[in-house]
Write a protein of this length. Structure first.
Lengths: 113, 116
């Protein structure tokens, strides 16, 4: 158990819908990262938050957004969903920077039908 | 831009054989970290090792060992006396810290199958 909790574990939704994925980092970790794993793109970095503020952005679509709340949990919002958004979405947390270990949650498997 | 290449897409070996997973990376930074993660069939990503760019000592942890060579930009992972439980997808990753843009870049993974 990495200590990072992601909910829900599985999500099935229709095209055009909006979903919210939730992540609770390990106790004491200030950084939260979101990654998308798909068959064609592999593991892609989406976005990083540090202590409530956006710190780095990767290949995140405009239809996607994220935030980190004062209690440090984070949510990834995916809207206007398309079939191609079906993927495993991982959250990871670390104390500070990626020069430390990044612990990953179990992921949320999103299926868009 | 940083890049991680895992040229071996799939490897199958018979149980108890040794196996080496290759990882080659590209970065312009002098300070960086390299990682290996394991993704078993259950799907989670399990941290295995972190190595910083200034430490080229090889590391051994039980049946696992890692060979870091800056001269060839490689960070290879060897499993000795493989077991069926080692079957998983293994990812090599590189972290590079450009101010304001910090992330892990993953390779495409190597699917390792251990045949009983």
């Amino acid at each position: 158990d990495s200590g990072v909790t992601q909910t829900p574990k599985h999500l099935i939704t229709a095209t055009g819908q909006r979903v919210t994925l939730r992540c609770s980092p390990r106790s004491g970790d200030l950084s939260v990262y979101w990654y998308q794993q798909s068959l064609d793109q592999g593991l892609q970095f989406l976005i990083q938050y540090y202590n409530g503020e956006e710190r780095a952005k990767g290949n995140i679509l405009e239809r996607f957004s994220a935030q980190q709340f004062p209690d440090l949990h984070s949510e990834l919002n995916l809207s206007s969903l398309e079939l191609g958004d079906s993927a495993l979405y991982f959250c990871a947390s670390s104390v500070d920077t990626l020069y430390g270990e990044a612990f990953f949650g179990q992921g949320t498997r999103l299926t868009v039908v | 831009a940083q890049k991680v290449t895992q040229a071996q897409t799939e490897i199958s070996v018979v149980e108890k054989e040794d196996v080496t997973l290759d990882c080659v990376y590209e970065t312009r930074d002098t300070t960086y970290y390299l990682f290996w993660y394991k993704q078993p069939p259950s799907g989670e990503l399990v941290f295995l090792i972190r190595r910083n760019s200034f430490d080229e000592q090889n590391e051994i942890s039980g049946r696992y060992s890692w060979n870091f060579q800056k001269s060839t930009s490689s960070f290879n992972f060897t499993i000795t006396a493989s077991q069926v439980v080692d079957s998983a997808v293994y990812f090599c990753a590189l972290s590079e810290r450009n101010f304001g843009n910090e992330k892990l870049t993953f390779g495409t993974g190597t699917r390792l199958t251990i045949i009983p």
